[in-house]
Structure formats: C-alpha cells, structure tokens
Write a protein that binds this ligand. Structure first.
Ligand code: SF4
Ligand code: ZN
Ligand code: ZN
Length: 313
C-alpha cells in the first residue's frame, strides 16, 4: 500500500497507482501511460525501427499487446503525415476464440480510422488451425499447435503485408516475449535464431517484409496496465491451445526471478543484445531462394510452412 504522502515520481502531484520496481518509480496513471509511450518512441529511435515515410502494417490479434501498440502507433502517426498505418489480422481458425478477437480488432480499427485487412489460414493454406490440430492428433504427430501456428502465421503476415503495400510489419512482442524466445532458442541450441531474432529483422530478401517490435523494452505487465489505464477493449481469454510447455516454464522462471531480483528481464535482454554481433559469425548464413511448392522466399527448397503442411496432408 502506498502511503498517502507518497507522490508520483514524475509529476510530483498525483497519487501513484503503480510501483515500477525495476526503476524505483512510483507513477500516477497519466505519467505511467506517458512513460510507456515514451519508451516505445525511444526504442523506435534506438533500433531505427521506423522511417518518416514508412507504410507500417500493425499485426493486430485483438489481445492487450497488439491493441495497445496500435493505439500508440496511431497517435504517433498523426505527427508524421508521410507515414501510414494499416492493421492486419491473421485468422488462424480457432473456433470460439479467434472470432471475439477479430471483432475487437475490427472495432478498434474503426474507432481509430485505420484500414483493417484480414487473412485466414483457411484461405491461404486450405485448413483452419483446428483442422490442422485434428489431423495432427489423428496421425499422432509430436508437433504442438503452436509450432504450426507460429510458422503459418509468420508467412501469412508477410503475405498480407505485401498485399497492402507495407514495407514494415510491427508486432506487439513485449520484453517478456523477447526474453522468453531468446532463452527458448538457447534451450533448443538454435544459435541462428538467437542471432537473427532482433527487435528489427535484417532485410534478407526483397519479398520478406522487415519486422519491428516497438514493445521490445516494455514488460508484458505494463502493456496490460496501459490498456487498462486507457480503457481499451481487448481479448483476455487465452488461446485454447496455449500450452507450449517449455515456454510456460521459462515464463514462470523469469517471473519468479523478476520478483526476487527486479530488472532480471532487462538484464537478460541486454545481455543477448550484446552477444548478438558475436553470434552472427557462428550462425550459418542462409541463402534465400523461392520455395518450390508455394514460391515464397525460403532458406531451403521447401519453406517451413510447406514442410509442416506436408505432414498433415
Ligand atoms: Fe497460435 Fe499457440 Fe498463440 Fe494459440 S497460443 S494463437 S496456437 S501460437
Ligand atoms: Zn504523475
Ligand atoms: Zn512454401
């Protein structure tokens, strides 16, 4: 409980509602929201994520992270008349879950006056994720729904981004997502992914749209709080397939570490950032060509999506 005498660290007037333990700040709602917006702006500048004339496709799932990101980027866009924003949503085809998220995404875009484009797994690949999971289970395959979903969604996002003429895709990945993914890559021994999974991806092929993660230095807890403070609607129901066991264990471990040692997530994030240049030389350089099945850019004869789809056909 905050003592009534304690005032917001930034404005020094209002009563704080949030204690940012890793920085020692105690913030009122207004200063908290502004601090998140400032952090996003600072990350965009630091990592050179966006240019003044970019056409940015914001990947909007309808969850707290992407809805908060869309709001922040939309208010920034107003100051850059040459830049444009467009929202894109991938409908994986998860019955009873994705429908609500799509509705929220659509409503938010209407409210903000941002064009919204959707693409579905069914239209692109001929299967919904539900159908893929059923087939995979029938064949007693070992791959998780998330393993399919992640690869197929990445490809879908790139396709829709190209369709809407975007030269950047902004995703709502938070500091937590970034650190979890880095540790997962270490656990899997995937040096290449560890080296290339930067807050701004490299341009490796003219038809692979550059991805940027403006929330890479914002903890997940703060994107949720931001949505709450701003009164934004978002989908809070978790995905029924969200059971990636190792990621969940890593999430739990990092949250426990953060509680005992505030700032742990930032420390891991910064360590990986410092290691990356050295890792690049260790990682094999992938030569991009066209997938012989779908024609999309791929580092092998068959892209990952086509390899996965072959398992369930
Ligand atoms: Fe896809 Fe897994 Fe996320 Fe569900 S939890 S939307 S299956 S990646
Ligand atoms: Zn304040
Ligand atoms: Zn392919």
């Amino acid at each position: 409980m905050n003592s009534p005498a304690v005032k917001c660290t930034l404005c020094k007037r209002k009563e704080p509602f949030f204690h940012r333990v890793y920085s020692g700040e105690r913030l009122c709602k207004k200063c908290f929201a502004k601090s998140v917006e400032d952090k996003v702006r600072a990350s965009i500048v630091k990592y050179k994520m966006l240019n003044y004339s970019d056409r940015v496709a914001v990947a909007v799932s309808g969850g707290k992270d992407s809805i908060s990101l869309l709001h922040i980027l939309s208010s920034m866009e107003r100051k850059f008349p040459k830049a444009s924003l467009v929202a894109v949503t991938v409908d994986e085809g998860i019955k009873g879950y994705r429908d609500e998220a799509l509705e929220i995404a659509e409503k938010t875009c209407r409210k903000l006056g941002i064009a919204h484009h959707g693409v579905s797994f069914e239209a692109l690949y001929g299967f919904t994720l539900d159908e893929i999971v059923t087939r995979m289970r029938e064949r007693k395959g070992e791959l998780t729904p998330c393993a399919f979903c992640g690869v197929l969604r990445r490809k879908a996002l790139n396709i829709v981004a190209l369709e809407v003429g975007a030269n950047k895709v902004a995703t709502g990945h938070t500091l937590d997502d970034e650190v979890q993914t880095s540790l997962l890559n270490i656990f899997h021994g995937d040096v290449a992914r560890l080296a290339t999974g930067k807050p701004v991806t490299d341009v490796v092929h003219p038809r692979l749209v550059q991805k940027v993660k403006p929330f890479c230095e914002v903890p997940e807890r703060e994107t949720a709080l931001y949505a709450y403070v701003k009164g934004l609607s978002f989908q809070s129901q978790p995905c029924p397939y969200a059971s990636e066991a190792l990621r969940n264990d890593i999430r739990g471990l990092l949250n426990r570490m953060e509680e005992r040692h505030a700032g742990t997530k930032f420390t891991v994030f910064k360590s990986i950032e410092r290691l990356r240049p050295a890792l690049r030389d260790l990682a094999e350089k992938a030569e991009f060509k066209e997938c012989r099945e779908c024609g999309e850019p791929s580092s092998g004869d068959l892209c990952m999506a086509c390899q996965l789809l072959a398992k369930i056909r």
